[in-house]
Ligand binder design. Structure first.
Ligand code: ATP
Ligand code: MG
Length: 248
């Protein structure tokens, strides 16, 4: 048991969830390593949602609402870290969840699907189509989902697939704490924030924007520049580290 007053309670709880996810066959060991890289960036960003992240989260929601066929891709880490929140976002945005994993087995995909279904979401996981140009398992998609989607939200994505999704003409929204990753650099909208804060923030934006007109939504999206977000994220790390260094 992790005591509630532990100064790193929230961070430790995330680790607990991921370890439990491994025992359930939902998360893989490699997912724990990927989380560690994320943790490191969260640490140097000060473990909070910066203004540039909130802006990207709002733009992402507006873009999903403007899309004809938005889909939310879910991997093992996402499924155990924010199952309830991502299901709520899916309902608010009218965007189905689709199970998509790097370390593929039909058994694992089915486990993630049944786990997510408990939270009331529509979950696609038929694995009956392929994204051409990609050799690893993330090419395996659902004919009704990512295969025909115009916008895909990809939390904790792999750089290769981000690139392929773009090549297939899809708009990509990434949630990735590492502003230097290929995914972050290639996405149309990069949310540099921890998924456990980003998704709840997006739920709030979705509630706020879901009855907006297309014109209002377009206005939010049109003025957006993703390179500026990446620049601000890198600068935020520098500013944060300088502040700490100077306080010593
Ligand atoms: P790329 O292939 O895009 O260059 P990568 O190889 O660093 O990236 P992967 O291991 O493919 O990344 O994916 C994991 C990414 O998810 C990492 O960049 C990591 O920073 C990020 N990440 C991990 N946990 C979280 C989290 N809880 N919230 C947000 N991002 C996270
Ligand atoms: Mg990678």
């Amino acid at each position: 048991m992790i005591p509630k007053d532990h100064p790193r309670y929230e961070s430790l709880m995330m680790r607990e969830k991921l370890v439990k996810g491994c025992r359930m066959g939902i998360t893989v060991l490699q997912g724990l390593i990927a989380h560690g890289r994320g943790e490191m960036f969260d640490y140097v960003l000060g473990e909070r949602s910066h203004d540039f992240a909130l802006r990207a989260e709002k733009v992402a929601v507006a873009l999903m609402l403007l899309s004809k066929r938005p889909v939310i891709s879910v991997n093992g880490n996402t499924a155990v870290l924010v199952p309830k929140e991502i299901s709520e976002l899916s309902r608010l945005l009218n965007a189905p969840l689709e199970v998509n994993v790097f370390h593929f087995s039909k058994e694992r995909v089915d486990k993630i699907r049944s786990y997510l279904k408990r939270f009331g979401a529509e979950v696609l996981a038929n694995c009956d189509a392929e994204l051409k140009g990609l050799s690893h398992a993330r090419r395996i998609v659902d004919r009704r989902g990512i295969y025909v989607a115009d916008t895909v939200l990809v939390p904790l994505e792999d750089g290769d697939r981000c690139e392929i999704l773009k090549r297939h003409g899809k708009r990509v929204i990434a949630i990735d704490l590492n502003p230097l990753s290929r995914t972050a650099m290639k996405a149309d909208v990069t949310i540099v924030d921890n998924i456990v804060r980003a998704v709840p923030n997006m739920v709030e934006f979705a509630k706020e924007l879901k009855d907006s007109s297309r014109e209002e939504l377009k206005e939010i999206v049109n003025s957006y520049d993703n390179r500026e977000t990446l620049r601000m994220a890198l600068k935020a790390i520098r500013v944060n580290l300088t502040k700490i260094a100077e306080s010593l």
